[in-house]
Design a binder for this molecule. Sequence first.
Ligand SMILES: C[S@@+](CC[C@H](N)C(=O)[O-])C[C@H]1O[C@@H](n2cnc3c(N)ncnc32)[C@H](O)[C@@H]1O
Length: 251
Amino acid sequence: MLKPPISRMGGKSKLRKTIIEMIPDHICYVELFFGAGWVYFGKQLSKVEVINDIDKELINLFRMIKYHAAEIERQLEYDFSGRDIFEEYKNISVDYLTEINRAVRFLYLISQSFAGKGGTYGYGTTSRPKPQIFYKDVLNDLKERLRNTYVENLSFEKVIEKYDRKHTFFFVDPPYLETAGYENKFGEKEHLILLEKLKNLKGEFLLTINDNPKVREWYKDFKIKEVEVNYSVSRDQKARGKYKELIITNY
Ligand SMILES: C[S@@+](CC[C@H](N)C(=O)[O-])C[C@H]1O[C@@H](n2cnc3c(N)ncnc32)[C@H](O)[C@@H]1O
């Protein structure tokens, strides 16, 4: 199983085995909310694969890994972790950077920030700085993996419209309901649009989402499986613990 090159809030590192075991037969595999892509990088190859995320910098990173993995690796290999470099990368306008430089900047900010959110410089007294890339040559494997994949940078509803067929399987991992976090807002309105789209789907879907009474009500006509997940994205020991998550399917 491959490991993604970045961490992402809500990443499915702990749930991916369970999710992968539940994927039904399909021809076309679509991830509507790619993030770090834990499930995609962990599962067997499908005949056709599509990954999508609305975040421009995130999608640019995967495009650049596909075409310029060696150069990204070269630029980051000996880069060190420094607060002023971090601030410089954070404040620079991406309009003046090449696509490769944008990918390097994104990897740097994600890897050197607290909880991988890209906002605050991450440091500690009991852990070393994180490597900018997980391990050498990792990008090469990822590049191979991305070879036969369509990469989209759209809002989810447009991707559903384009790829929905009887033989399509959608892995759906949207931002959690009533939990802030990503640059692109995803509130109740967006969740209800998603619900309508999933209700009318020709293909099959597996949705993962936080356990919330509203979600249970909205999806009551589908199969709902409850799972417990350990979270550790907090400096505060007390805030760590188990949370319930729902896996909802239409098959
Ligand atoms: C929970 S994360 C996905 C995590 C991913 N499954 C993983 O394992 O890392 C949700 C993702 O949805 C993206 N997103 C937010 N709004 C979106 C929209 N309207 N359409 C597509 N993607 C969106 C965010 O940029 C974020 O990367």
